[in-house]
Design a protein around this ligand. Structure first.
Ligand SMILES: [Zn+2]
Length: 138
């Protein structure tokens, strides 16, 4: 049996490398870079080193784990969070791009985001989500 086959046999039935592992590795690398930046502050650098080892250890644990179902559920949760962050970043970008034509308000009762054209004076706004009405200057 050659080395590749031995590795394949060892990894059989284990979770292996997935997107959440990739994130943990990138997070560990980010902490390594950050600990270099803060090397002048030993307590902070040490805290980051603890974080590096925790992220690396958890990544290795997840790759070697035989509880594949549990690891897949964690990976799915990670995907959900990543998509939520992506949606939030896109909404920030859209608001920034539209800032000259539109004003954005939060509904005081349900916190939904409302987009209103600028320069229309005082308007009575109606929230599309909950129907709450409130006045704002555009
Ligand atoms: Zn509302």
């Amino acid at each position: 049996m050659n080395f590749r086959q031995r590795i394949a046999q060892f990894m059989y039935g284990r979770n292996g490398y997935d997107a959440f592992c990739q994130f943990l590795l990138l997070f560990a690398i980010f902490l390594i870079l950050l600990s270099w930046v803060f090397s002048g502050i030993p307590a902070l650098a040490m805290l980051m080193q603890v974080g590096e080892w925790a992220a690396l250890g958890y990544c290795i644990f997840r790759m070697m784990s035989r509880n594949v179902l549990q690891r897949q559920q964690e990976n799915a949760k990670y995907y959900e969070k990543r998509q939520a962050v992506g949606r939030w970043l896109r909404s920030l970008r859209d608001r920034w791009q539209q800032r000259k034509e539109y004003k954005f308000f939060r509904c005081p009762s349900c916190h939904a985001l409302l987009r209103v054209p600028r320069g229309k004076g005082k308007l009575l706004l109606t929230c599309r989500k909950c129907g709450n009405r409130f006045e704002r200057k555009t």
